[in-house]
Design a protein around this ligand. Structure first.
Ligand code: SF4
Ligand code: SF4
Length: 291
C-alpha cells in the first residue's frame, strides 16, 4: 500500500528520482515527518479548517467515527459525502503494472540525470516482499535504477533478497546509543547496526543518512560515535548525508488524529551543521555532505 508518488525528487539518491512512499513502519521516531506512513492500514485525513459543520459525514458513517479517528475503518463513505473536501483517504493499493507505468513516464529525466526511483516509506522492506520483489524485478528489466530508503529495522533476509535489484541503500543511523534509540524511536538499534555491518560485508552500495535533530542528536558526541561505528566495523559507504530536522510534517499529525510528539525539537543552525560535518571529516570520514 502506498501513500504518495513524488516526482522530481532530488534528495533521495543520485539524479532526478521518483520517490514512492509505502505505508507501514516498525519505528515511531518522534521527529517523523511522514506520520501517515507509520500505520500499515488505510487512514482518514480530516482537514478541520475546511469543515463547515454540515454533519453529512456523521450521517453516512456506520461506525460513529466521523470525528473519532480511532473508530474509523477508513471506508471512505464520508469522503464522498463531504461537499467541502474536508476528508480524504490516505493509502491505496496499486498494481505493479500501474506503478511501473507511472514510474516509467519520467524515464527521460532519469536517463539525463543518472536518477531513477527510490522506494521509501514508512519502511518499504517491512511491507509485502512478494510485491516488492516483483516490482523491483520489473524496474530492473526496464533498466531503472532503484534505491531503497531503509531504517534497517527488518530481518536481514528481507534486505538480502533485494540486493540484486538495488542500486543504492539509503541507510539511516538515528542514534548509536541503544537506550537513546529506544527513547526516541521506540525500538532498540541492535538489529539496525547488525544489518548495516552485514550489508556492508556483502559489498552493497550504501549511502548513510544521519537525521540531525535539534535537541536529540545535534551534538559532537553523536557524530563521534557514528564515526566510531563506521570505522570500527569497516563499513563501506559511498556518501554520508547529514539531514537537518525540519518540522514540516508536524501539521500532518492532526490530520490523522495523532498528537505531534516532536514539539521540543528544533532545526539545527547552518553553522552547527557545518561543524558536525567538519568534525566527521576530521575523524577521517569521506564524502560527507549536508543534505
Ligand atoms: S461532511 Fe465535511 S464539512 Fe460536513 S461536517 Fe463532515 S467534514 Fe465537515
Ligand atoms: S472513513 Fe468510514 S469509518 Fe471513517 S469516518 Fe468516514 S465513514 Fe466513518
Amino acid at each position: 500500500m502506498i501513500t504518495d508518488i513524488q516526482k522530481f525528487s532530488i534528495h533521495d539518491g543520485k539524479g532526478t528520482r521518483t520517490t514512492v512512499f509505502f505505508k507501514g513502519c516498525p519505528l515511531r521516531c518522534k521527529w517523523c515527518h511522514n506520520p501517515e506512513t507509520q500505520n500499515y492500514k488505510r487512514q482518514l485525513y480530516f482537514y478541520k479548517d475546511r469543515c463547515r459543520g454540515c454533519n453529512s459525514c456523521q450521517e453516512v458513517c456506520k461506525h460513529q467515527a466521523a470525528f473519532f479517528t480511532q473508530k474509523c475503518v477508513a471506508c471512505g463513505e464520508c469522503v464522498t459525502a463531504c461537499n467541502y473536501s474536508a476528508r480524504k483517504i490516505c493509502g491505496r493499493d496499486i498494481g505493479i503494472d500501474e506503478l511501473v507505468s507511472e514510474i516509467m513516464k519520467d524515464e527521460p529525466f532519469y536517463e539525463a540525470s543518472g536518477g531513477g526511483v527510490t522506494l521509501s516509506g514508512g519502511e518499504v522492506l517491512s511491507t509485502d516482499m512478494d510485491y516488492l520483489l516483483k516490482l523491483m524485478q520489473e524496474l530492473y528489466k526496464n533498466g531503472i535504477s532503484v534505491n531503497i530508503d531503509t531504517c534497517g529495522y527488518v530481518p536481514f533476509d528481507r534486505i538480502e533478497k533485494v540486493i540484486p535489484y538495488t542500486d543504492t541503500f539509503l541507510y539511516d543511523i538515528k542514534l548509536t546509543d541503544s537506550e537513546e534509540h529506544i527513547r526516541y524511536t521506540g525500538t532498540d538499534n541492535k538489529l539496525i547496526i547488525e544489518n548495516l555491518i552485514k550489508l556492508s560485508k556483502l559489498n552493497a552500495n550504501i549511502w548513510i543518512r544521519l537525521p540531525i535533530i535539534g535537541g536529540a542528536n545535534d551534538n559532537e558526541g553523536h557524530v563521534n560515535s557514528v564515526a566510531e561505528l563506521l570505522k570500527g566495523n569497516e563499513i563501506s559507504y559511498s556518501r554520508i548525508s547529514l539531514l537537518p530536522y525540519h518540522n514540516t510534517g508536524s501539521s500532518k499529525y492532526e490530520l490523522i488524529g495523532y498528537k505531534y510528539p516532536g514539539n521540543d525539537f528544533y532545526t539545527p543552525k547552518e553553522e552547527d551543521m557545518e561543524l558536525l560535518k567538519d568534525r566527521m571529516t576530521e575523524l577521517g570520514l569521506v564524502n560527507v555532505y549536508i543534505g
